[in-house]
Ligand binder design. Structure first.
Ligand SMILES: Cc1cc2nc3c(=O)[nH]c(=O)nc-3n(C[C@H](O)[C@H](O)[C@H](O)COP(=O)(O)OP(=O)(O)OC[C@H]3O[C@@H](n4cnc5c(N)ncnc54)[C@H](O)[C@@H]3O)c2cc1C
Length: 335
């Protein structure tokens, strides 16, 4: 393992704010993770497990230990006529895993091409895009339990995967360090074109895995900034779910407002639309800005400190609240 004291967090998260932490530990295998858990995490020192840092924004110094489980490797565990089980290390870049599946003619991950981050974080928020989500293909998770240092295997059925959610985000938060994820992928062609924007982008009735990947990447690139070029953390705010009666009133006032029915009592509103209506699209406060092509994405225009991002996020929350009486909540983890 590698230990660095007084580490800058800039290169550890895609928003790249100029903050730092007391200590950063990189683990290269399960034994490293077990050792870190027993040697460093058994007192009250705050800690955070980080993957690619693409869902995290540091708005201040982290006074604790950041652990990066950079466990690599993708292996076939078993091959059948219908499906193949694959085991990937937590530190594998998610999109490298997707590319690997495509190269091995395995179906199930292709719609999730281009999502930033590492394999180890994929069960945490049940990453997903274009009608597919990680929970559809995850079979089992291997992890170290932080309180005991014990190795555990957790079947997918126990993870309560839901839309961008799982037990790892709720009652299991900070309980495990995920070391490997086992996926079950289909051996036979099974394109998932339920998402209409993806279907429209694909010309062929029987697309190949590579054609699907190319279409997904091109749709994504037209909407989202590449964090390597413009630091960001994807969707900054959740789409708010509000009372249907109030949503209907707003819809009368703003017929163009996109609404999604949740159930008889609740309606989901597009946070990006609310932010755009308040005039924020393309605007900045200092080095923190709102992306020109998608108001839901906040960006670091260069040299932003955590406080710059926090100021911008607060200003957006205030203006959406005063115009629409709706309170936006962050989608990203804020530290
Ligand atoms: C441009 C952009 C586009 C995006 N598009 C999408 C999208 O289409 N769909 C989508 O679902 N998400 C999307 N995201 C969000 C992000 O990519 C996902 O949430 C991804 O899973 C985060 O992975 P990560 O490795 O960067 O996790 P991190 O940000 O490092 O961590 C996220 C959470 O997982 C925990 N965690 C990470 N690794 C481990 C581990 N090994 N063990 C235990 N806990 C762990 C962390 O503690 C934290 O709570 C996007 C982000 C960006 C910047």
């Amino acid at each position: 393992m590698d230990i660095t004291y007084e580490k800058s967090l800039k290169e550890l998260h895609t928003f790249a704010t100029e903050e730092s932490c007391n200590c950063h530990i990189v683990c290269y295998d399960t034994n490293d993770v077990r050792q870190v858990v027993t040697d460093y995490l058994q007192d009250d020192t705050p800690y955070l497990v980080i993957g690619g840092g693409s869902d995290i924004v540091f708005t201040e110094r982290f006074n604790g230990i950041i652990i990066s489980p950079i466990i690599m490797g993708i292996d076939i565990v078993s091959e059948g006529s219908e499906s193949t089980i694959v085991r990937a290390g937590a530190g594998v870049v998610w999109d490298d895993f997707v590319k690997w599946c495509i190269a091995h003619e395995l179906w199930g991950a292709e719609n999730m091409s281009g999502i930033p981050g590492h394999v180890g974080a994929s069960p945490v928020q049940n990453v997903g895009a274009y009608g597919a989500e990680a929970g559809d293909i995850i079979k089992q998770i291997e992890a170290i339990e932080i309180a005991t240092g014990r190795s555990v295997t957790i079947p997918a059925e126990e993870c309560r995967f839901a839309y961008r959610n799982s037990r790892f985000k709720e009652e299991w938060k900070n309980r495990f360090i995920i070391t490997h994820v086992l996926f079950e992928l289909k051996s036979k062609a099974s394109p998932n074109l339920t998402y209409s924007a993806l279907k429209q982008a694909i010309n062929s009735p029987e697309p190949t895995l590579q054609e699907i990947r190319d279409a997904v990447i091109s749709v994504r690139d037209s909407k989202l900034p590449d964090p390597a070029l413009i630091p960001n953390a994807g969707s900054f705010f959740k789409n708010p779910i509000i009372d249907k009666v109030y949503a209907d009133r707003l819809k009368e006032q703003y017929p163009d407002m996109p609404v999604y029915v949740v159930n008889e009592e609740s309606t989901k509103i597009a946070a990006g639309w609310l932010i755009e209506q308040c005039g924020w699209k393309g605007k900045s406060i200092g080095p923190a800005g709102v992306y020109e092509k998608q108001a839901l994405v906040l960006v670091n225009r260069g040299g932003a400190k955590g406080a710059d991002i926090q100021n911008l996020a607060n200003a957006i929350i205030d203006s959406v609240r005063s115009r629409f009486n709706i309170t936006l909540e962050p989608e990203v983890y804020i530290y």
